[in-house]
Ligand binder design. Structure first.
Ligand SMILES: CCCCCCCCCCC/C=C/C(=O)SCCNC(=O)CCNC(=O)[C@H](O)C(C)(C)COP(=O)(O)OP(=O)(O)OC[C@H]1O[C@@H](n2cnc3c(N)ncnc32)[C@H](O)[C@@H]1OP(=O)(O)O
Ligand SMILES: NC(=O)C1=CN([C@@H]2O[C@H](COP(=O)(O)OP(=O)(O)OC[C@H]3O[C@@H](n4cnc5c(N)ncnc54)[C@H](OP(=O)(O)O)[C@@H]3O)[C@@H](O)[C@H]2O)C=CC1
Length: 270
């Protein structure tokens, strides 16, 4: 197994001083880690999610010079989510939108109903389009950016994830299109594609065998992606160091997209 880096933090304190950010799905996993890192670097984050208790818990865990507040909201309710964003934009401006809320159930394409398809497309594609569009006027004022949480191997496919991969491929197309359309407004937009991240949500879905053995097999660097690594990359993209990066898919996955990522292994679904 390759050596794990224990300290992925490379950005200097104060790097994001004064940045106003909105992070969807801030109450757990990657969204919580991103929120923690942005606040450590000086940003003020508004976290969105459906459950007040987990959003509050994120707030309790924060340490750093930035600020945090939260709004309870389902991003699939596109009007409510846009209204929450506008409230943030009008009150303190907006320099970063992190579209992180997402997920799916794992099922073969033949077992996905119309309603199942629509649920996953609404969550992982449609909500992102509407929220990002609502952010445009505020991001144009700050020359801000958008980071969309995608998936390692999104350009290759994945078993049991026809709905989710289709949605995220759509987000990649949207990302590249908006990178072109909004470049002259000074707005950047990128995708980050993590490999397997051992969050509670994935632990609930996949067996101990899958997570304990197959992640290593599926990943050339033989280890999962820590949430802190994803958070540092998001912060980098939001920082002045990322000022010329737009329309990118950055896969942070130990090379999983080059080999057989976990969601490309048939044995993961047995
Ligand atoms: C099992 C093997 C696992 C191997 C894993 C390898 C993969 C590794 C790579 C992983 C990369 C990605 C990781 C992650 O994303 S981690 C986060 C994981 N957690 C989640 O994704 C949870 C998020 N899910 C949800 O929020 C909801 O499930 C969702 C929004 C997707 C749907 O919510 P909704 O409230 O709309 O759902 P309903 O219950 O109303 O159902 C809507 C329709 O969907 C059908 N459905 C639901 N579950 C299934 C299922 N398991 N199989 C088939 N169909 C399903 C449901 O029946 C409804 O349709 P109908 O009305 O027609 O019945
Ligand atoms: N874990 C992994 O291996 C990988 C994950 N990803 C993607 O990264 C993102 C984060 O994943 P991860 O942290 O693991 O997942 P989690 O399930 O831990 O986090 C998802 C967060 O999104 C929130 N959320 C879900 N649905 C909605 C909704 N409709 N409206 C508002 N908030 C919502 C959840 O909070 P609440 O339930 O309170 O609303 C939760 O806090 C997802 O898009 C995921 O698909 C990509 C690659 C790999």
């Amino acid at each position: 197994m390759t050596a794990a880096t224990t300290e992925p933090r490379v950005l200097a304190s104060g790097t994001l001083d004064g940045l106003s950010a909105l992070v969807t799905g801030a109450g757990s996993g990657i969204g919580r880690a991103v929120t923690q890192r942005l606040v450590q670097l000086g940003a003020h984050v508004t976290g969105l999610g459906r459950h007040e208790d987990s959003l509050k818990e994120t707030g309790d865990l924060l340490d750093g010079p930035g600020g945090y507040d939260h709004r309870v909201c389902d991003v699939r309710d596109t009007e409510a989510a846009a209204a929450a964003l506008v409230e943030v934009g009008e009150s303190r401006g907006l320099g970063l939108l992190v579209n992180n809320a997402g997920g799916q159930f794992f099922a073969k394409a033949l077992d996905i109903s119309v309603n199942g398809w629509n649920s996953v497309l609404d969550l992982n594609l449609t909500s992102i389009f509407h929220l990002t569009k609502a952010a445009h006027p505020y991001l144009a004022r700050t020359h801000g950016s958008v980071v969309n949480l995608s998936l390692s191997g999104v350009e290759r496919g994945g078993m049991g994830m026809a709905h989710s991969i289709a949605a995220r491929a759509g987000v990649l197309g949207l990302t590249r299109t908006l990178a072109l359309e909004w470049a002259t407004d000074g707005i950047r937009i990128n995708c980050v594609g993590p490999g397997t991240v051992l969050t509670h949500a994935l632990n609930d879905e996949a067996s101990d065998h899958v997570l304990g053995n197959l992640v290593h097999k599926a990943t050339p660097m033989q280890r999962p992606t820590p949430t802190a690594d994803v958070a540092e990359l998001v912060a980098f993209l939001a920082s002045p160091a990322g000022a010329l990066m737009t329309g990118q898919l950055l896969q942070i996955d130990g090379g999983a997209h080059l080999g057989a990522g976990l969601h490309m292994l048939p044995e993961a679904y047995r």
